[in-house]
Design a protein around this ligand. Sequence first.
Ligand code: PXP
Length: 247
Amino acid sequence: MPKLRLGINIDHVATVRNARCRDARALPDLLRAAQEAIKGGADGITFHLREDRRHILDADVARLRKHIKKPINLEMAATEEMLAIALAMRPHAVCLVPEKRQEVTTEGGLDAVKGGKKLGRIVNQLAAAGIRVSLFINPEAEQILAAWTSGAAAVEFHTGTYADSKGAAQKRELKRLQWAATQAHKLGLEVHAGHGLNYANTPAIAAIPEIVELNIGHFLVGEALFVGLAASVRQMRGIMNKARKKG
Ligand code: PXP
């Protein structure tokens, strides 16, 4: 099976920092968090620059880009403002996500069908700058096809519904993700997954052979309060490796 990469989303380290001070030099230090995640086995660092700057700030983006040598995956809305930022920053990768001001977190996938030509133009501009573009979508046939049509190199399947369900409903969601991963892979798209993943629900996702990258944040930052970030990331890395071997 191909290697399964782990991207660590550090948004919620910024949530804690911003509760006291909205300054990139304030504590807890985001750069230190990224370095600890890498020490624990992260293959890359992910963060979401939101329109309302509720966690990651522009100054964080500049500082992380300057000091982190591992691949950076910038999550952002498909807007002109964010496109300009990404083109100036030139991260390794961009993941285009839907964004609503009132939501607590990214609640669902991007509507790549509705995105149409405008989405395709943004994807093309990013790709022309050498940035690998993924679309964060629900595991649905029409979304996969629209993602492929947009010219994106990858899709990241939203695992939120899977993570929030239990028993038979969760098994159904897992089947849907397995099916979607096969379809996307057949079209030549690189397949990623993320949202709501934890130690218990990750093994089944990590065992899907077409998936080559997971992006995980909230749970591991929460666990870090008890064991430290390098340790929580290391434990997840071990769980992923084991699932991959078994799968
Ligand atoms: N992938 C994407 C595209 C996301 O937007 C998020 C969180 O917002 C994640 C992965 C990570 O989700 P979580 O924080 O629940 O692990």
